[in-house]
Design a protein. Structure first.
Length: 365
């Protein structure tokens, strides 16, 4: 694993929820945020911090920095984007899934006069045919989750987007559960929008999300939720003049938070240095050992690595479930439970010792 920049907590399997922080997170916050604040005029330096976040995030997805717009969280970004995409449509048709993270549906329901169409919760979203079965010519927008949080299923985004694009259906890709663990290349995907967050696999903490907006598509969008940083010249200060920024920054809105992006920029820089492909290889190596010597029926996430994100879903018999719950309550293991089972997400900090501890707990030792 080489140099380990992130804090290790034994038997921690919750990167699908909150990734482990940088060892030097406090120093980063001081250097990139607090020290600038103590100077005479912090904004030029704070804007450099925001720019560093954009550059690191864009490198992560093989995009230009101008196409990446910082956001507070996925919900906020999706609200701005979906309303801008549906502006002027009297009855927009939106496709999503009952297996999406709930915030996706919550936001979509607020779009005026929207007609929501859902893939059923039990649909096999790992195969293209599922998505084409629900493809209807009158759709306006498809909300596509790359990796589903409660099942670990990975959707074939590139193929889905190509099918939908051929029918002029716009796409928004939720990468909250895949960014930082599954390689993403927007040049290959050709999606209109992707929305992600730093709080999970990117280990950047809450408050530092982002949107990628395809440049030619972005120029046609006019978000209603704007602020001085949405203006092409934020420091013009002419109350009678507003012109949308020519880049994705038209979605930035008002005064951005700086501290979350300082931490996240440093964390993503480490992810870029290590390489997402290497992180995924480590994840799959740990996953193979976790699942070894246990019945396949206990694992409810896809067995095939190409159809799975970074999360394993474990649903063993009741006695073993009770052992895990007891160990969790006593801080011997850190995981969570959904209706689909226990979620375990091997990250860059997990070790062979963590695997051994997990095996001892489920065996009753």
């Amino acid at each position: 694993m080489g140099n380990q920049p992130f804090q290790h907590l034994p038997n921690y399997w919750l990167s699908h929820s909150v990734g482990r922080p940088l060892k030097n997170a406090s120093e980063v916050l001081t250097e990139q945020y607090l020290n600038h604040w103590q100077g005479s005029e912090p904004w030029p330096l704070w804007l450099q911090t925001i720019q560093e976040f954009k550059e690191q995030a864009s490198q992560l997805i093989n995009a230009e920095a101008t196409t990446v717009c910082p956001q507070l969280n996925v919900s906020s970004g999706l609200t701005k984007m979906l309303n801008a995409m549906c502006k002027g449509k009297p009855n927009p048709k939106i496709l999503l899934s009952e297996a999406d993270f709930a915030t996706i549906s919550f936001v979509a329901k607020q779009v005026p006069n929207a007609e929501l169409r859902y893939l059923p919760a039990n649909a096999d979203v790992t195969v293209l045919s599922t998505w084409t079965d629900y493809l209807q010519e009158d759709l306006d927008v498809a909300l596509i989750t790359h990796v589903f949080s409660n099942t670990g299923m990975r959707a074939p985004v590139k193929e889905i987007v190509a099918e939908y694009r051929s029918r002029s259906i716009r796409s928004i890709i939720d990468v909250a559960q895949s960014i930082g663990i599954v390689p993403i290349d927007v040049a290959q995907w050709q999606a209109d929008v992707i929305i992600g967050t730093s709080v999970k696999w990117l280990s950047g903490g809450p408050g530092a999300a982002f949107m990628y907006v395809e440049p030619s598509f972005c120029s046609n969008l006019e978000p209603s939720d704007v602020g001085w940083f949405s203006h092409q010249d934020p420091f013009e200060f002419d109350v009678h003049n507003f012109e949308y920024d020519q880049t994705s920054h038209r979605f930035l809105g008002g005064t951005p938070s700086v501290a979350p992006f300082a931490i996240a920029a440093a964390s993503i820089a480490e992810i870029n240095r290590i390489g997402v492909t290497n992180i995924l290889t480590h994840n799959q190596h740990i996953a193979a050992q976790l699942t070894a010597d246990t019945p396949a029926t206990w694992w409810h996430s896809p067995a095939l690595e190409t159809k799975r994100g970074g999360t394993l879903v474990f649903k063993p018999p009741e006695d073993i479930s009770n052992r895990l719950l007891h160990a969790h309550q006593n801080n011997r293991i850190f995981l969570d439970q959904r209706a689909t089972g226990f979620r375990l997400s091997p990250c860059w900090t997990n070790t062979e010792a963590d695997i051994a501890k997990f095996k001892r707990i489920i065996s009753g030792n």
